[in-house]
Design a protein around this ligand. Structure first.
Ligand code: FAD
Ligand code: SIN
Length: 538
């Protein structure tokens, strides 16, 4: 299977890149399940864009840098904020039905939500199901394009590069991918590969993210020879629904943006004790405050109360959240919703420049899987979808302007001659849950050196076991994900151990204050990749 461009990931970043490439290019888009299995369709709040007449790109940049706590790159923040108008117009061209204050076209009368950390109303949305509306329209657009093959049920395993084939120059040539329908590993060759695999929040026991968020792209890029950065900064969303039948449903920040109040079981508000912005403080502050109050009072959750806005307002602005909660027997117009923080977003990832280029020629990365410099020590709400749109476009433009380099010789096919079918699937499921529990307990909202060291020992042990298993047995979807999850967990712990201060999302009791000596991203540099051993990456 030979393409001009292989896009690994069918979320907003991947679909934007695919659709923005020249129509003369043969493109394949891979997704592990259906293309909509990533975080994109789950996005509720929306896309940040300084469109209000009282707002400005300048203010958007300032809010982004302020949330990033000194670690966002100002040039990246400006590049992405400046790209917002074009990004929203492009989505309107794709017929995304954004909510409006009055009927019309263009960006003039779009309804803008307010969210934490934003100094203005700035969030373009489709009620409270923005990601779903975007994902559906882009999926339809991709299906109409003759030059794009959507290859679902494909798990990319490893990027094929020069170094992994024993060559001197470490250039990208394609990828191996497991087809879960046929149980075969396929060889996909392409001079350009775009990694758009989303985040790694599944490394934690409790998460708002879908199952696909196993950090595959970060692990693949690292093994291929790319630097990764800032993986200690994992965003915990303050308000995930706390309900035994639904442990990962997000209650959008827009609920607080529109007046929702956080309260203790006795109805007392507490956020103003932690930050003068109250419920609209950035997420790291709100999540930590909730964690603190839960531990102080020994309670399982706090409550989000928006009853004072009235049933009509709630149904109009939050139909999805209202409907889902009603199904669970909770009427948010009549009672406060039980909420807890949960892992939500991976701020760090594969290091890229402003064209989405990684350290390996021909290999690009876009979206949540990256560290572009935008998010710094914390991500401003609704900046992620925007980053996917702007960086997906930038990567497509750069690829369109770059001469492809193809390998003269054919690429070697995947070799399964030395592996057998697994007889111990229990090892995979057991290690999955052990890893996620260890990360939740030791690398969570509040950290200490001792907890991080404990996590490092656990990940080292699990890494050894999983490598051993991987080298003996045929791959499966679960095994591919587990191998990546443990790799990314280890990189997260390494990053966290290096940051001997508290900043943004990284809070440690051993160093509770920011330290100017650490006012730079944490960058991990891989060793030169070893050639594939019998083509299995082990
Ligand atoms: P994703 O949308 O996660 O897509 C990843 C794709 O990669 C999937 O198709 C997956 O199958 C594929 N993939 C992964 N690994 C492999 C592999 N090995 N082989 C092949 N394919 C692979 N951000 C905002 O800006 N605004 C919001 O309102 C907002 N709300 C959110 C609500 C929730 C509940 C969550 C979880 C996140 C929210 N975010 C929001 C964050 C935002 O949705 C994500 O950061 C963004 O959608 C990521 O897009 P992506 O294209 O990078 O990855
Ligand atoms: C939300 O709607 O609260 C999520 C917004 C985001 O993650 O940016």
């Amino acid at each position: 299977m030979s393409y001009d461009v292989l896009v690994v990931g069918g979320g907003l970043a991947g679909l934007t890149a695919a659709l923005r490439l020249p129509a003369s290019y043969r493109v394949a888009v891979l997704a592990k399940g259906e293309s909509a299995d990533g975080a994109t369709p789950y996005a509720q709040g929306g896309v940040s864009a300084a469109l209000d007449t009282a707002d400005s790109v300048e203010a958007h940049v300032e809010d982004t840098l302020s949330a990033g706590a000194g670690l966002s790159d100002p040039a990246t923040a400006r590049f992405i904020a400046e790209g917002a108008q074009d990004a929203v117009e492009w989505l309107l061209d794709q017929d995304v039905p954004f909510s409006r204050t009055a009927p019309g076209n263009g960006t003039d009368n779009l309804h803008l939500h307010r969210e934490g950390g934003h100094s203005h109303r700035r969030v373009v949305h489709t009620n409270d199901a923005t990601g779903l509306a975007i994902a559906q329209r882009l999926h339809d657009a991709v299906c109409k394009r003759d030059n794009i093959d959507l290859l679902e049920d494909r798990y990319a395993i490893d990027i094929i590069t020069g170094a992994r084939l024993g060559e001197r120059v470490n250039r990208c040539y394609g990828a191996y991918a497991f087809n879960s329908r046929s149980d075969q590993v396929e060889l996909l060759s392409a001079p350009f590969v775009v990694i758009a695999t989303g985040g790694a929040s599944m490394v934690y026991l409790y998460s708002t993210s879908p199952y696909a968020a196993t950090g595959d792209g970060i692990a693949m890029a690292w093994r291929a020879g790319c630097r990764v950065a800032n993986l200690e900064f994992n965003q915990f969303h303050p308000t995930c629904l706390y309900h035994p039948q639904d442990r990962s449903f997000l209650i959008s920040e827009a609920v607080r943006g529109e007046g929702g109040r956080l309260v203790l079981p006795d109805g007392a508000r507490f956020m103003h004790r932690f930050d003068e912005r109250g419920e609209l403080a950035p997420r790291d502050i709100v999540a930590r405050a909730i964690d603190h109050e839960m531990k102080r009072h020994g309670i399982d959750c706090v409550y989000l109360d928006i009853r004072h806005k009235g049933e009509d307002f709630i149904r109009e602005h939050f139909p999805t959240i209202h409907g889902r909660c009603m199904k669970l027997g909770l009427d948010m117009a009549k009672e406060p919703l039980p909420v807890v923080p949960a892992a939500h977003y991976t701020c760090g990832g594969v290091v890229t420049d402003l064209s989405g280029r990684t350290d390996v020629p021909g290999l690009y990365a876009v979206g949540e899987t990256t560290y572009s410099g935008l998010h710094g020590a914390n991500r401003l709400a609704s900046n992620s979808l925007l980053e996917c749109l702007v960086m997906g476009t930038a990567a497509a433009r750069d690829i369109g302007a770059t001469t492809p380099v193809r390998r003269g010789e054919a690429l070697p096919p995947w070799d399964e001659s030395r592996v057998t079918d697994s007889d111990e699937q229990v090892m995979v499921t057991h290690n999955w849950s052990e890893l996620r529990r260890a990360m939740w307990n030791y690398v969570g909202i509040v950290r200490t050196d001792r907890r991080l060291e404990r996590a490092a020992r656990r990940t080292a042990l699990l890494t050894g076991e999983i490598r051993e298993y991987y080298s003996h047995f045929r791959v499966s979807g679960d095994l591919i994900e587990l191998r990546n999850l443990v790799e990314v967990a280890d990189l997260m712990v390494q990053c966290a151990l290096r940051r001997r201060e508290s900043r943004g999302l990284h809070y440690t009791l051993d160093f509770p204050d920011p330290d100017p000596a650490f006012a730079a991203p944490t960058i991990l540099v891989p060793t030169r990749p070893r050639p594939f051993s019998h083509l299995r990456g082990d």
